[in-house]
Design a protein around this ligand. Structure first.
Ligand code: LMR
Length: 398
């Protein structure tokens, strides 16, 4: 039976990781996979994570199961982190949360929930969106469609075109939005645009599914969740997929959660029963370790303070690199304007070069990025930024 299977091409981001590892050139620059890196090119374990982890392990007395919905304290702390303490939907008991295997697990649980509620649901994703959104959301059988989003001419959002498309969707369409630090473009919605979008969602009865994987790495913890807080306050139903991979640096611990805001506590309880049933049917129960660490950090004022400082450090490094990169590129390639990179947010930007140029950067200069020219800004450092800018100048000349 299995002989019938044909070999699949490797995932673009995972394939790039393997190519980078195999490259032995000391000048190689990894701007591929979206993990934070420090000045030395390391993806560090945050100090608050180390301390909280020791505390958690020191107290642990069993490895028995927690629950299908995961760590209740973690779920609650994550709802407060994303929504902000005192948010009206928390007070109204309209939020139901389930721990998930990273942001990816949360996205899949959300998609399965929409399928359970309405099998013909169509999910609308931005053009472009993170490559893995497509299999994660459509893998359970939901149909996916696209709405315009990124404008390569300005490095910003094609907002009118986006509104125009969303304004034609039937009621109960699901629209996937990136809360902030849009992956792969770095182009975010402004607060005014979020407000305008809210009017459209109300008018057309659309259901927002908001992916937040970089809270605190764009502008700030509250600012990066602005759209979520606004939509949850004003709409009857919202789903939010949260990842702790990047802002807590817990990548391999697969830590995240799905929050679902329903119209009433009773509807919320029914929704949660489905969330739990779906999780049970896929993997039964989530891993404990990452969620226990995050719960410890958010619940302890000392660890929390340290986390916020470390997060601010990562954010400032990325923002600083954006400005540095624009300066280096302006010197190396004066004929081209890369100024848009400084106005974008989060780890990613499109360099805006074509596939042969991306390949030339990889093959001739050992600089790795995905074929769409997405670069992970955090992969740059004082040691490689000049080399990178010169390499870009060279491929643009050829
Ligand atoms: C990325 O976009 O590179 C990250 O979210 C890592 C991944 O799994 O693709």
């Amino acid at each position: 039976m299995l002989e019938r299977l044909e070999r699949l091409p490797i995932d673009s981001i995972l394939g790039l990781m393997a190519l980078y590892r195999a490259d032995t050139d000391p000048r190689k620059v990894d701007l591929g996979v979206g993990v934070y890196r420090d000045d030395q090119g390391h993806t560090p374990i945050l100090s608050c994570v180390r301390r909280a982890e020791q505390a958690v392990l020191g107290r642990q007395t069993t490895k028995s199961y927690v629950a299908a919905a995961g760590n209740a304290g973690f779920n609650q702390a994550m709802a407060q982190l994303v929504l902000g303490e005192g948010h009206p939907v928390l007070a109204a008991d309209r939020v139901r949360s389930i721990q998930a295997t990273g942001g990816c697990g949360a996205l899949r649980l959300g998609a399965e929930l929409f399928r359970a509620a309405q099998p013909e649901t169509v999910v609308h994703v931005s053009t472009p969106t993170w490559a893995n959104h497509v299999p994660l959301l459509s893998g359970c059988g939901l149909k996916l469609e696209r709405y315009p989003y990124y404008d390569p001419a300005t490095g910003g959002v094609k907002f009118d075109a986006m509104l125009g498309t969303l304004d034609r969707l039937p009621a109960r369409s699901v629209v996937l939005l990136h809360a902030s630090c849009h992956n792969p473009t770095g182009a975010d919605l402004s607060e005014t645009q979020w407000r305008e979008l809210l009017d459209l969602f109300k008018r057309r009865s659309l259901l927002p599914f908001i992916d937040i994987a970089y809270q605190g790495l764009g502008t700030g913890l509250a600012e990066d969740a602005f759209g979520i807080r606004l939509f949850c306050a004003e709409l009857p139903e919202v789903a939010v997929a949260v990842s702790c991979s990047k802002n807590f640096g817990l990548y391999r611990e697969r830590t995240g959660c799905l929050h679902v805001i329903s119209e009433s506590p009773t509807a919320g309880d029914a929704t949660l029963s489905h969330q739990v049933r779906i999780a049970r049917s896929i993997y039964s129960m989530p891993p404990d370790h990452g969620a226990a660490i995050v719960h410890e950090i958010l619940g302890d004022p000392g660890y929390r303070e340290q986390w916020m400082e470390e997060l601010a450090g990562m954010r400032k490094r990325i923002t600083g690199l954006r400005h540095e990169l624009v300066k280096h590129l302006a010197r190396a390639c004066p004929q081209r304007d890369f100024g848009f990179i400084a106005g974008q947010r989060g780890m990613f930007s499109f360099l805006g070069v074509d596939v042969p140029q991306v390949r030339a950067l990889r093959e001739q200069h050992h600089v790795y990025m995905t074929d769409d020219s997405r670069i992970n800004i955090a992969g740059l450092s004082a040691d490689n930024i000049e080399y990178f800018a010169r390499a870009v100048a060279q491929v643009l000349r050829n």
